[in-house]
Every structure is written in structure tokens, then in C-alpha cells.
Design a protein around this ligand. Sequence first.
Ligand code: SF4
Length: 365
Amino acid sequence: MPSSLTPLQQALITWFQEKQRALPWRQEYIPYQVWISEIMLQQTQMERVTLFFEHWLREFPDIQTLALAREDKVLKCWEGLGYYSRARNILQCARIIVRDHDGIIPSDQKSLLALPGIGPYTAGAIASIAYNLTVPLVDANIGRVFARLFDIDIPLSRAGKMLWQKAEKLVPEGRARSFNQGLMELGALICTPKNPACGQCPLNPFCLAHREDLITERPVPRKGKTISTIEMATGVLTHPQANGQFFIQQRLADDVWGSLWEFPGGRLKEKEQPEQAVVRDFFEETGFTVRVDRKITTTVHHYTRYKVILHCFLCSLDPLESGEIPDPILYAAQEYRWVIFPELADFAFPAGHRKLIEFMKEGKE
Ligand code: SF4
């Protein structure tokens, strides 16, 4: 039974009902769709997620279809969203839900938290947004709104418990779907990290940081995080006989970027040149002795805590006396293929390698 709303709850819910963005998963609030959208939204912009979400639903329209899917198809569909472990967890979850819950995504927190890749945030999102249960929710947007609304004077990284307690106290009985989404939407559209639009904010009359003119100081910044740079090299090896074929290999399942495909290569050792690293890595990973023919490009990709600089080279096998192509010995991979360029689109690659493929596709090399 919905309880009567406080002025703050009412102001936020009214604002959300009027201003919310029309998003595909907000049409019917189907739990499967809410779950997928929430995982996709972690670390990816809304505009991009909408495109990925629609593509995903065409491939896996429901949890039963997903549960039966092959992992490589799921990874391919996830390509571009990063953090492939999330895609693997989604697949594992789908299989567990079909096996143990008759294909119905659970709504209680205990069952949700027992599923792989589902933490308090996602469990709260599924319970409150999909099932409208009175469950609190805190994400980065909500954390920022609370830091200002309640004038929290410690960095958010240290305020986790306090934020969840406030969220629990605020969420109105029977109106969690609108209220929690209202907070998230407010953080995304109005109470933005820089230059919040306080003049248009429904919580303006309740906001302590606004009243005290402390908005630029909330949230309290945490100590700057250090971003480390990792330098890597990779080689696109051409087939010595079959014109236009390239060598790719599938990484081991339990490795970083597990089960993704790649051109062999790896991290540069101290004082090593990228060209030397490619030759060494090829030998260590496949047993192939290659020579570097030329540089293709250098890609740069930023992750949360590090930046990867990837030097990319075109390589060929060292001339073989017999003229036969040896089979690779896979030391760092589970499978390999010789593929022509258009076939690369069928395999999921890590971001740096995908940038390399895009570069080659545009004929810039
Ligand atoms: S008044 Fe400004 S700072 Fe306060 S919650 Fe609204 S947008 Fe954020």
C-alpha cells in the first residue's frame, strides 16, 4: 500500500513523471530488460547503451534464448561495452535463473545477491525498478545528489554506509520505481558533476549545499587517482601462402580478456623496443618465428585505472626452408584461426585490437 509522500518525495516523483527520458526498458519494465539495461549502464553513456540494448534484444529477446546462447556470441554482442566479465556473468546468471528459478528473475535481495555479477546496486535496481519493491538504491549519480542535498562533508568513497542508510530512509513505500529512477535521472540531467542546473531542480528547496553555497565543494573530492600507462605490442601476421589471411588466437578463458580473440603480442619488457616485443611474444605464445615488416599504427585505450598504448605491426613468418607452414603451439591461447579480413567481424576483440581493425578497415595503414 503506497504511503503518503513527504514534500521532497512528491517533488521528485512529479518531476520524474514529467521529465523522464523515454527509454526502451521503461516501456513495460520487464525484469529481464531492466536487468540487462542496468548492467549495460555501468560505465557506459546512456545514448550508447540504447543502441547496444536494442541490438541485444534482437539477438537475445528473452532470458530463455540467452541461457541457450553460446558464450562467443554473447561476447560478440557485448563488444564495445567493455568489461567482458559482465557479459559472462549475465550468461551465467541467465542459465542459473532458467535452471533454478523457472526463468523468472527473482525479486528478493537474498536470491538476487546470490547470482554472479549482481551486487547491492543491481539487486536494488531489479527489485525497485522492475518489481517496484520498496528497496533503496545508490549509484554514482545518487551519491552525488545526496552529497549536495545533505551536505556530506567526506568523500563519497568513504560515505557508502551513510548513503545507503539515507537511501533506505528516503525510498517511499510503493513508489520506489519512480523515486529511485527520479534520483538517478536527476543526477544525470540536472545535478550533474559540473554546473548543476539548480534553477530547474525539484529538490532545490531541500538542498543544503545549495542553501549554504557549497555546491562546488560537494561531493568532497577524493585524493587524485593515479593512472598507470601500460605499453604493449601486437603483430598482424599474414599467411605466407593464402593471400589475405591473418592469424588470430583466442585467449585462455581465465586470463585477462578471457576468451576474447586477439593478434598475438603482449607487454613490453623494460628497455625493450615494440618491434622486439612482437617477435619475442609471437615466439613465446605460438612458437612462430616472425619478422616485422612495418608499423601499422599505435592505438591508445583508456580504462578506469590505466591507459594501454598498443604498438601494432604487420608481420610475416620467417622464410621456411621446407615451405610448409608449421602449426602454432598455443601457450597463451585455447584456439587459433587463419581468417580473411571481413571474417574478423565475427570475433570479439579487446578494445585496442578493435581499434586496430577499424584502422585497417578504413584503409589508413
Ligand atoms: S539544488 Fe542543485 S545541487 Fe542541490 S540537488 Fe538540486 S541540482 Fe543538485
